[in-house]
Design a binder for this molecule. Structure first.
Ligand SMILES: O=c1[nH]c(=O)c2[nH]c(=O)[nH]c2[nH]1
Length: 329
């Protein structure tokens, strides 16, 4: 139920609050003693993180689900006073921001994390004139429709983990400003069992790793892509996403028959970046990060009287290589 304060009650609450602050300040032993304000506030924002929502769209018997984990961040020059002057009067509480996510989930017709993020930004800028900019992160948990003997189920889904679709949106008040949108995917976990080697790297007294033309290559890939100027607010995010996903897998694995040889993760992710930019003309750049998941040959098989034939490995994920690149037009 909505609770409304009458104007008179609000004025008297504010007067009490002001008197309370004044008394704190005038009390030499009060809590405000901690405030010495010798330094300037260099940067600030406030928001709500990890707001989780499931939207079920029931426009037909075939339901559509969207599960999002959202973070909001609000920006306003006047909010410096919240930090330095203890002045909360214009402050949009993080709890209110959390409620906003659910209100937009109810009202928005967005079908993508990017569109949902833009709608949250627009709602907040519209409702709160003191805001100069809003940033929203939307991470989408992927639910895949169940197939029953080749027939898509109307309302049954399985969770694709740990893969998550991501969107980061920033919108400023200036109406001419297009949203800045960064789309992405993380947790895309891939393994190829051949067509990968690692040789000819620097060898010195600290090197123990034997060169190989045959290894398992696995990684938990993360990628983020940006759009060309003017495109971020208008592209079809889901078809760009589908194209990027296709090229991430295509570049990593190559054709289903025979695959493609990788001389290093570095060379492979650069190739993937180039494939993405040539397949998705609206993207200006893509950053790819690939912490290796190592599958170490279990060579002790030999000591146990068996032969290692690239067939028995020890899965490890710590420590992991951390290989990243950004490819731009
Ligand atoms: O693809 C790889 N790149 C490296 O830089 C590296 N370093 C390493 O030990 N193994 C690998 N593999």
């Amino acid at each position: 139920m909505l609770r409304r304060l009458s104007l008179a009650a609000a004025a008297s609450a504010l007067a009490a609050h002001t008197a309370h602050r004044a008394s704190c300040r005038s009390n030499p032993d009060g809590i405000t003693k901690l405030r010495h304000q010798d330094y300037s506030l260099a940067d600030h924002n406030h928001g709500k993180a990890r707001v989780r929502v499931l939207r079920v769209r029931r426009e037909s018997a075939t339901h559509i689900v969207q599960e999002y984990t959202v973070a909001t961040r609000l920006f306003s020059p006047i909010y410096s006073a919240v930090f330095t002057e203890e002045d909360n009067r214009a402050l949009v509480a993080t709890d209110t921001q959390k409620n906003t996510v659910y209100i937009v989930a109810k009202r928005s017709s967005a079908t993508t994390p990017e569109g949902f993020g833009i709608d949250i930004c627009r709602h907040l800028l519209h409702e709160y004139p003191m805001l100069s900019a809003v940033e929203v992160d939307v991470n989408e948990t992927i639910w895949q429709r169940v197939m029953n003997d080749g027939v898509p189920h109307e309302h049954g889904f399985t969770k694709v983990t740990p893969e998550v679709n991501t969107a980061r949106v920033r919108l400023t008040r200036d109406e001419k400003d297009q949203p800045v949108v960064v789309s992405g995917v993380k947790g895309l976990t891939v393994l190829k069992t051949t067509q990968s080697g690692f040789t000819e790297y620097l060898q010195d007294k600290y090197t123990l790793l034997p060169p190989t033309y045959e290894r398992c290559m696995a990684t938990e890939m993360a990628a983020e892509w940006r759009y060309l100027p003017g495109k971020a607010g208008t592209v079809d995010y889901s078809s760009v996403r589908a194209e990027v996903n296709k090229q991430l897998l295509n570049g990593y694995f190559g054709p289903s028959k025979g695959g493609v040889y990788s001389v290093s993760l570095q060379a492979t992710i650069y190739d993937i970046g180039c494939l993405v930019l040539s397949a998705a003309p609206d993207i200006s750049s893509i950053s790819i990060s690939t912490p290796n998941l190592h599958y170490l040959p279990f060579r002790s098989l030999e000591a146990l009287g068996e032969k290692f034939e690239d067939d028995v490995f020890i899965p490890t994920n710590e420590p992991s290589g951390s290989i990243q690149c950004k490819v731009a037009r």
